[in-house]
Structure formats: C-alpha cells, structure tokens
Design a binder for this molecule. Structure first.
Ligand code: ADP
Ligand code: MG
Length: 378
C-alpha cells in the first residue's frame, strides 16, 4: 500500500535517492544534517554518493526485485538525474511516494514535450520542430531556418547528441551524428538563439504547494559543460522578477514537489532583456551549488524539506560581513567547477580567500568530468 504523501516524515526517516553522483552525494549530506538517513540506488560500484549515504543498493535501474526491496526500506524516493527510464520510477511510485512525480520526469526528459508544456504556460522558448527522419529535418529547416541546432529528443546532457546546422550541406551528416550519438531516431530542431548570456533559476515547491525560487544566476559554459556560475546574475531587477515568475509558473504548472532548475537564454532586444527557457531539470542543478554557502537554505536542504513535507527554508542570500563588521560589498558569489584533472589543484583552492572546496571523490578524473567545485564568497 502507498504511504500517504501528505504525512510529514520526521527526522530519522529514510530518503531513497535514485542515482549515485555528486547531486545525490550533496543531498545525502544535507539530509544527514537534518537527521535523515539516505539510501542510494545506482548501478555503479563505489559511487560518489555511496560514501556518504547511510545505505546503498548497487543494482541496475530495471532490476525490479531490487527496486521492490528498495521501496520497502525507504519512506520517500527522489532522483538526481532525469535521464532515467520512467518505468522503474513509476513502478516505485506505486509502492512509496516519489517526488517529483514521474509525470514531471516524462515531460522533462522529452525536449518536444518540455517545450510544448512551457509554451502552454505562455512562456517563451526557441522555435522548434520535432524531427524523426531526414525528410522531416528537410521540412523543419524550411520553417526554422539557419543557423539551428539539431538535438536528440531524449537522453542528452552536457551537449551530447547535439549538432549546430549552419547550411544545407550539413543536413544529412547532422542527422546521422545525432542518431549515432544517442542511439535514437527522435530529435528536435531548434532555432539557434543569439543570446547575450545564459542564466538559470532553481525553484522549490513543497507539499504545501508554495513555489519558492532562488535568485537567478549567470552560467558560463565551455564545450557545453558548465564552467562557472555567478550569483546573483548581474541583470536589472525586472529581469530577476521575470525569471522568478517564469520559474514559479513552471513549478506550479508541472505540479512540482521538490526542486527544479530552469535554464534560460538571456536575449537583448534593443535596451530590454527577454528570457527564453532552454530546458528544465527536475532535480538539484550544478548552477545551484553556490546556495550551499551562499543562501540561508541550500538547494539540497530545500529538496529534503520538500520531499519530507517540511516547511521550506529561506532562499535569502547569507548576509556577509567584512572584517570591520559592516555589511560586505555586493560582489557576486562565484562557483567554479573542477573538471577532470583540475581537481588536482585542490591545495591551491583551499588557500584562496573566501573559498569553499567540494570534492566528489569520483576516482577517475576523465577529461571534462565533474570532479568537484569551489565556491568563492567575496
Ligand atoms: P544539455 O541537455 O546537453 O544541457 P542544452 O539544451 O542545455 O542541452 O544545450 C547545451 C548548451 O548548448 C546550452 O547551454 C547552450 O549553450 C547551447 N544551446 C542549446 N540550445 C541552443 C539554442 N537553441 N540556441 C543557442 N544555443 C543553444
Ligand atoms: Mg542544459
């Protein structure tokens, strides 16, 4: 029988987490601080999150007997990534409360559904066309024009399964590349947005149905991988307000319980800024790591509060004091990812003024792999 989700789970309860990476790891740390146990379920050996979780089940996501046992041992389930098959998550949701609801997962892992949903709320996205064959791509490009981006419809991350198309000779090779990268033949063609910058907002929504967005931040990518987050974004107040409104609308519209990141393109038209939604991630997000030290409540603690039915915490920035004990400057908080071998710089990071070092203990420092991050509070 399904445990009623409206119940508050008190400290001492166990939060199940699907996925064993750094997001699960930092969620487990936040959960432990509030007195909760965590049970990580993932297929990898020696997963990053397993070092800090109370329990770990190492099994494939489609191992239903392992899922059943897992469901019997946890009080609620959440997940750290959206590229997980929906079926196992739906299976779990028949046995134990799962937040965000698997329906949210269905929308967020399908770029076409995601954009349709966002537009249905009256929120802007890049123009797009679904593409399921080379012929459909040829028709779609007539409508979208050049340049545009062809993306696999599902399973994309860190720019994988994406090709920019700048002229007609690219079409066939682009189609083949996207299919081969992700082993699917469903894609989306998107208008290429000449953005001024990229930004994101993370919104939390608890069982009391109140949306609470964190501050909008600026994100800098290289090779499609997040390098740096600047918090808060240096943009006019009305843009911050727009961003929060968009995030709240999406959180409410999708029926969120948990945290969800809204990735944005910031477009400048004349003197005014306009926001377009790029994509959604129904989980803690790399661009929210700064909240650990930068906000009264971190995105990870907020997730724990949401899924356990606790009241949400304040998303205010931490008040900073200078040595003279006056309030500090408005200098933004900077979060730098440590990718691959950059993690070897840990000693230098430690001695930097105002730095908070986080290492994920992931072993193999492959190029581009997220191994840790440093948040600098000026
Ligand atoms: P992923 O799932 O890999 O994060 P995204 O859709 O977020 O995929 O794309 C990764 C990056 O590629 C974005 O952060 C942005 O820099 C660039 N990008 C994606 N879509 C567009 C677009 N329509 N126009 C311009 N740049 C884009
Ligand atoms: Mg993205």
């Amino acid at each position: 029988t399904l445990r009623p989700s409206a119940l508050v789970l008190p400290p001492g309860s166990t939060i199940g987490i699907l996925g064993g990476g750094q997001l699960a790891r930092m969620t487990a740390i936040a959960a432990a601080q509030l007195g909760y146990k965590t049970h990580v379920f993932c297929p990898e050996n020696d997963a990053s999150a397993s070092h800090v979780a109370t329990f770990t089940t190492k099994a494939n996501y489609n191992n239903y007997s392992a899922l059943e046992l897992f469901a019997s041992k946890v009080d609620v389930v959440t997940y750290e990534f959206e590229n997980i098959q929906v079926e196992p998550v739906e299976y779990l949701s028949k046995k134990v409360a799962v937040f965000p609801d698997p329906k949210v997962l269905r929308i967020c892992q399908d770029r076409v559904q995601e954009k349709k949903f966002i537009q249905s709320l009256g929120v802007g996205t890049a123009n797009f066309e679904p593409v399921e064959s080379l012929e459909m791509l040829q028709t779609a490009i007539q409508k979208i024009g050049y340049p545009s981006i062809l993306k696999s419809n599902t399973m994309g991350y860190d720019g994988k399964g994406q090709v920019k198309i700048t002229d007609p000779v690219d079409l066939e090779s682009a189609w083949k590349k996207v299919c081969a990268d992700t082993n699917t033949s469903k894609a989306i063609l998107e208008q290429y947005i000449e953005f001024e910058s990229e930004a994101s907002v993370i919104v939390a929504r608890g069982l009391d149905s109140i949306e609470l967005p964190f501050s909008m931040v600026t994100n800098k990518h290289r090779n499609h991988i997040l390098r740096q987050t600047i918090a808060p974004a240096s943009l006019p107040e009305y843009v911050h307000k727009d961003a929060k409104e968009i995030a709240s609308k999406i959180g409410k519209g999708i029926g969120l319980v948990g945290v969800l990141a809204v990735e944005l393109f910031v477009v400048k038209r004349g003197d005014t800024y306009q926001l377009l939604v790029n994509e959604l991630a129904p989980r803690p997000h790399n661009s929210g790591h700064w909240t650990i030290e930068g906000c009264v409540t971190s995105q990870f603690e907020q997730l724990v509060r949401c899924v356990c039915g606790l009241p949400l915490g304040s998303v205010d920035l931490m008040k900073r004091v200078t040595e003279k004990e006056s309030l500090a400057t408005d200098s933004p908080i900077i979060m730098n990812n440590l990718l691959g071998a950059e993690v070897d710089q840990w000693e230098k990071c430690l001695s930097q003024k105002g730095s908070h070092l986080h290492i994920y203990a992931k072993g193999d420092a492959r190029e581009g792999r997220k191994m840790g991050h440093v948040t600098i509070i000026p």
